[in-house]
Design a protein around this ligand. Structure first.
Ligand SMILES: NC(=O)c1ccc[n+]([C@@H]2O[C@H](COP(=O)([O-])OP(=O)(O)OC[C@H]3O[C@@H](n4cnc5c(N)ncnc54)[C@H](OP(=O)(O)O)[C@@H]3O)[C@@H](O)[C@H]2O)c1
Length: 276
């Protein structure tokens, strides 16, 4: 996700300084014009706006607040835009820490997958300081097409979890339906043609059909990310005492896939896991 977003910023005329834990990945961005930094702190010293795309809450907290993290180098007034999907509580805590040091943290999770990141068509859901958002939205506009400012810190992550709760359940429902339809003789191409113009359609359905047809599960949105997202959904639903039987069931299927050694494969692989 991060490389697609960084490339769109470069295309948009921004000077982009990149850092990645794996130096090869950062070095890869050099040929598109990016400057490589050796730590998050080094990025923060040189930038007014910092964009993060990281796997989970723990990593975001470490990259922002850990040793040689962003907080050690951020200038007063700088804005950190976190496009990762993380626990809203962690986003709120980090925003509070940075505010106390004079900078801003906008939770800005995205939807649209690697294709959307590459094409610059992501949906971006923003929570945090309204003025910091106004000052930095020109950057978001280079990465996404539909940008929503939703209010205080955590509001972006809460919306994203609502999205993920649907996406997780959709994947399992689509995989199950695909197995039923093809099992009773419906051709895959007919299923795609007809459902695409019917109520059963969704971007998830189209993505699933494309990946299953190609047989390539290596790229895309990984199963481990859905385990992370649905685990956060489950934690919140338990805390708030809002039962979510379908999200829970979907999490069980994705966990099974992950535990079975498929954590890095595209979520569409869930159909293979349902086979038993
Ligand atoms: N993939 C999707 O379809 C999608 C869609 C919407 C939102 N998201 C969200 O976007 C975020 C990123 O997803 P992704 O699919 O791009 O994940 P990813 O492919 O695992 O990329 C995460 C990157 O972060 C790097 N990283 C990990 N720890 C780091 C650290 N301590 N310091 C610096 N870099 C570090 C990783 O480097 P290493 O190679 O060293 O691990 C990797 O390059 C996640 O929060 C995900 O939920 C993903």
């Amino acid at each position: 996700m991060g490389s697609g977003m960084a490339r769109n910023l470069l295309k948009g005329g921004y000077e982009v300084i990149v850092h990645n834990r794996s130096p090869d990945k950062a070095a890869d961005m050099k040929r598109f014009g990016a400057i490589v930094a050796l730590s998050p702190e080094e990025v923060a010293r040189q930038a007014e706006i910092v964009v993060l795309s990281l796997p989970n809450s723990e990593t975001v907290a470490t990259v922002v607040l850990g040793k040689r993290g962003l907080a050690e180098g951020l200038r007063k007034g700088s804005v950190v835009i976190d496009t990762s999907t993380i626990d809203p509580t962690v986003a709120i805590e980090i925003a509070g820490e940075l505010k106390a040091r004079g900078s801003y943290f906008l939770d800005s999770p995205v939807s649209g997958g690697p294709e959307g990141a590459k094409a610059g068509t992501l949906t971006i859901m923003v929570g945090g300081d309204a003025l910091a958002y106004e000052r930095s939205k020109h950057v978001l506009q280079k990465m996404g097409k539909s940008i929503f400012y939703l209010g205080e810190s955590g509001a972006g992550q809460k919306m994203k979890l609502a999205n993920q709760s649907l996406v997780g359940v959709y994947f399992v429902a689509i995989a199950e339906t695909y197995r039923l339809a093809t099992g009773i003789g419906v051709k895959g191409e007919d299923l795609l043609r007809v459902i695409s113009t019917s109520w059963g359609d969704s971007p998830v359905f189209r993505h699933f059909m494309k990946v299953v047809k190609s047989g390539n599960y290596e790229d895309g949105a990984s199963i481990k990310l859905m385990v992370k997202d649905l685990s956060i959904v489950r934690g919140i639903s338990e805390k708030e005492e809002i039962p979510m039987s379908l999200a829970k069931l979907s999490l069980a299927h994705f966990r099974k896939a992950s535990d079975g050694g498929h954590a890095d494969l595209d979520m569409s692989y869930i159909s293979r896991v349902l086979e038993g």
